[in-house]
Design a protein. Sequence first.
Lengths: 302, 716
Amino acid sequence: MSKLAIEAKGLTRYFGTKPVVQQVNFAIPVGSVVGLLGLNGAGKSTIIKMLMGLLEPTRGSCSLLGVESMSLGPDERSRIGYTIEGHFLYSGMTVRAAEALQADCFPKWDSLLYQATLQRFGISPNERIRHLSRGQRAGISIALTLSSQPELLILDDPSLGLDPVSRRALNETILSFMEPGGRTVLISSHMLDDIERVTDRVMIMTEGRIVVDSSLSHFVSRLSIWTCECSEPLDRVQIPGLVSRRQVGRQSSFVVVDVDEDAQQVMYRLGGNTVRQEESTFDEGVMAYMSRSRSASSLIPT
Amino acid sequence: MNAWVRKEIKDSIRWLPIGMVLMVALIWYLLASQSPNFFAWRAESLFTLAWFVSAIFATFLGLANYLPETWGSARGFLVQRGLSLHRIFVIRAVVNLAVYLIAMLVPLGALAVFRFVIGTTTAPVSPIQVVPSVVVVLFSFSFYFGAIAVACRPCRWYGSRLFPLLASLAVPLAAVPILSLPKMLIVCVFAFSLGIIGMLLLAASSRVAFLRGPSQPAPSRTRNISLYEKCMMLAAVLVATVLVAVFFASIFNNSYSRVYHSVGFTKEGMPWLIETRYIVKNGSGEQLHEAKFAISESSEDVDSKPDVQALMQGIGFSYPWNYSENFWDMKYVGSFTSADGYPLHVMGFRGLLYVYQLDALQHSRLIAVVVKELVGDAGMQQAPFEQTPRLLTNGSNYPPVLTGLAFSDRNPSSTRKPLGAGSFTIAATDGIYYVDLDTSKIKRLLDSNVRAYSYSSVANGTSDSNKLAVWDGSSISMFQCEGSALNGPFQIGERITTLSTPTDFGSKLQSGDVQFDYRDPDNWAIAIGYSRRNMVKQKVEVARSIQKEIQHYTTTIPESLSVVNLNAMKREVLIAGSSIPPIVLATTGTIAYLLGDEIPELFSYLRFLVAQALLSGIMATLAARWRGLSARQVASWCAGGFLIGLGTWFLVLSIYPRAVYTKCPACNRNRRIEGEKCESCGADWEPLTPLGIEVFEQKNLDAEAIEDRIVLSQST
């Protein structure tokens, strides 16, 4: 049995002539909980679809539980849990019928867990899915996924469009699922506090490539925030390791990775005595990478 | 899996009413618009409409079940379960087939039961008439598989996405020969076999499309195209090409309408062929053209024989598509009818002769059913009539008069003279009978084989009702008739004479028509015109008795007067026809040649065929190179172009996704994005340029490193 739950080698995908995922390499060992972050269009869902065998890579390969993604069979799939972006369900069914359908396809089905998850979201088994709210549908979706007792769980933006109560219920469900340990989870989300809370490793994507693949603590330790008062237009500033910059009035702030002497010199030249250094938080670090994506063209280092 | 079966049943059964409504609408259409017309209840009418309806419903069923799952989320939800897609496909196919059959066959079955048992129509019907429709419904399930391929193949809607439906069209074509049973039994068996193979190929192709899913949008690596998909696309292209060719050919072909031939004789007794053409050019009106030429191989100028007269009228070559009786329908026996109350005779099923009468309001009414088999050799016998008057229906849409039936070799025929409503004369193969409905009696007037019969002609197409000619296949017997056919008993009197005809004339009756003229036992003529399968080579044979000496003439109508070379047959028709795939034309042409056609008309397309093959070979080569195929594949498709024709170009473009290139940094030449190495210089892809902001906890983390780490942690 492979010790790697997920592996991607040189994963590349084009849509038309546009590369949306470029030479992505990563490996997730069994038992890891990994967060996949990035702006909309960064390539997260494309990677997940390739992992799930729903999209064929243009180049490279990927595998789940040691099996090539495009060759995943029913046996492997019954060991994998996958919640789809938007929580697609057969809306004409009742909640009970949805369970019957799913239980028929997964040998390790846990009906008690299903019932418990439904209770957490306040859903009656006799209700028809099309009559439920978005949060309740998400609850059914996650219940259907988790009750199959998957070894590998892949969640594609599970909290998308949910209200805070539903989000909290969702997080509690996922956390309780991971409690026993030994289960591998890959979760893609925009909810940074959710990611920080449940994952021990994070991957950040910008423009189809992975720029961060690290544990949370290591990631935060490599970043620093520099602030100063500066009148010079920031778009002309070039700092080695600069992830992002912000300017509010005269106050400018820079998020820099692995600050070296050259970077410090540039900063002191800009701000003089007003320069201050702070440690970055997880949120700030991720936000820096994401906001960099928005204005990536002006940040390419020389 | 049971839950999945239940889900599929629930999903599919909701479409059941739509299918049933469609089929019921078809039946309603027949009932409402053409019910009194016997043609409406011909098996082939029902066959055509059943084909249409079942194709629509099968396509709808396939699209309704599969198209919603082509989008990412639905597809993901479907795929991600411990149930193989193959099993899902099979479950769906079985469930949908059941729904399809229920929707299509229950109305047809109800129709059969209703028509046969309850009987609300004036026409003789039988449940067996729905059999061809049932067969075409079964074969039309191919559209379901075609629709699945349409839904699942990752192609553009304005591209080749709908092609599988064209391939689906080819499968129900296999059901068509059933209409020609029992004559075409071998062809029917062969066609059915091909149809079943085609259906299986389509099913396999749609299965592959479903399994691979719609998630392979171009550009992608040149995926391995399954053999099934190639077969499907090939069939689609062939059907498309033939349809286009036939469409254009039919447009241009409409410029001529009819050609008639008759035989005339000079005073010296020399037969001449008189050809009359009615030509309609693009709806501009009918133009009459007439030509005359000697049947013997005389070089005499036509204009030098101005006194040629047609002694007989009406030699017209029977075109095979004009009227063909089949195994499933009732036989029309002299559909001579009018508003005057003359009876209409229809040979129905089980050997029953149905007699209908029109009333003043043009309604037909079944007045008697005659059981022919029970008529014995005795002259007069009580006829066991089955009186079953049914509903009055509108009889205004009766079919046109079928003039050729009088010489049918198999079916009983009525006299051409209309008789009174209460009595009529019918000619059966074993004799001629007089039926008196008022007294319920049948009298055999003539005990003889009747291959064909006619009142003898006098001149210019008028007939002498006092002389009846009966042809038993080898000789013609002339009888004196007595009494009026309209107003009293009809009697066949003494045999006047017996005339020997050429023995092989009878065998040519299947495809030709006959003229007969009788003056006296020493002066008569019989002429037969026929053609073999295609209408290019038409022949006329004449047996002429002059003063007890029988002369035999035969000639082939010059190609200048044949259908192909008529002025109306434009060159565009040849071009359109030649766009049919070369391999199809060559095969059919060769078969036609081997079967005895002297020069198949297909060979007329030869020059266009060669041009098409060359052009399509070049175009296929260009398309294959455009798609970035290997040299070997390009050569194969070039050869395919020669065989398949212009459709190959579409075939290559539809099978292979568009190739996408990018500049190779090593050699600065185009390379395909899906290749691991550059086709020109063999270089690998260069690693991405670092952005300078990467954070990797363990750089170049690869599988081996993780494995090592795990092993290390376990050991410690």
